[in-house]
Design a protein around this ligand. Structure first.
Ligand SMILES: Nc1nc2c([nH]c(=O)n2[C@H]2C[C@H](O)[C@@H](COP(=O)(O)OP(=O)(O)OP(=O)(O)O)O2)c(=O)[nH]1
Length: 153
């Protein structure tokens, strides 16, 4: 440093430690099928996952589910219901508490569109008892544990 130059005062607060984020994922059900798409994001690249994303400030889980499905697929959802929550430490840098919502399409004839092609290779309906592989890790864990998103009655 040159003579007389002012030294920048040291920052008073240290950088915040990483925090878990809140995710919302949607089991969108049509008959015995569920909507899945192949992920293109770095987290879980090339695995099949539910539509979803991160909860925004002030949103309800149902609002987030509705927004994310619309943004990603163009589909309008109906009959949103809370199902369960899981704690997912996905990597050293990604820790998500994920809230799972069940819903149905408002119009069963409406086709899902790939509206975020940088994040998803395409959406399709899959039979619950014949799911594609590989599933996104947190979803695979749920399936392995025997979780079933369909209503029992
Ligand atoms: N989309 C999706 N997210 C899931 C599933 N299971 C699960 O634990 N999550 C968690 C981990 C994800 O990092 C997190 C948020 O979803 P995401 O990774 O698709 O989010 P995104 O980049 O589209 O989110 P955003 O910041 O644009 O809102 O939710 C799932 O099956 N699908």
């Amino acid at each position: 440093m040159e003579n007389g130059a002012q030294q920048t005062p040291a920052a008073k607060t240290p950088p915040s430690p990483p925090m878990p984020k809140v995710g919302v994922a949607v089991f969108l059900l049509k008959g015995s099928k569920v909507l899945l798409g192949k992920r293109l994001s770095a987290v879980g690249h090339s695995t099949f996952a539910l539509p979803g994303g991160h909860l925004e400030f002030g949103e309800s889980f149902e609002e987030c589910a509705t927004r994310e499905v619309k943004e990603e697929t163009g589909l309008i959802i109906d009959k949103t219901e809370y199902l369960t929550v899981t704690n997912n430490v996905i990597s050293e840098k990604v820790h998500t508490v994920c809230v799972f919502i069940r819903a149905v399409p408002a119009d069963v004839n409406q086709k899902p569109e790939t509206l975020e092609p940088d994040k998803c290779a395409g959406w399709d309906w899959y039979e619950w008892n014949n799911l594609p592989k590989p599933l996104f890790g947190p979803l695979e864990d749920m399936v392995q544990s025997g979780f079933n998103p369909f209503p029992t009655t």
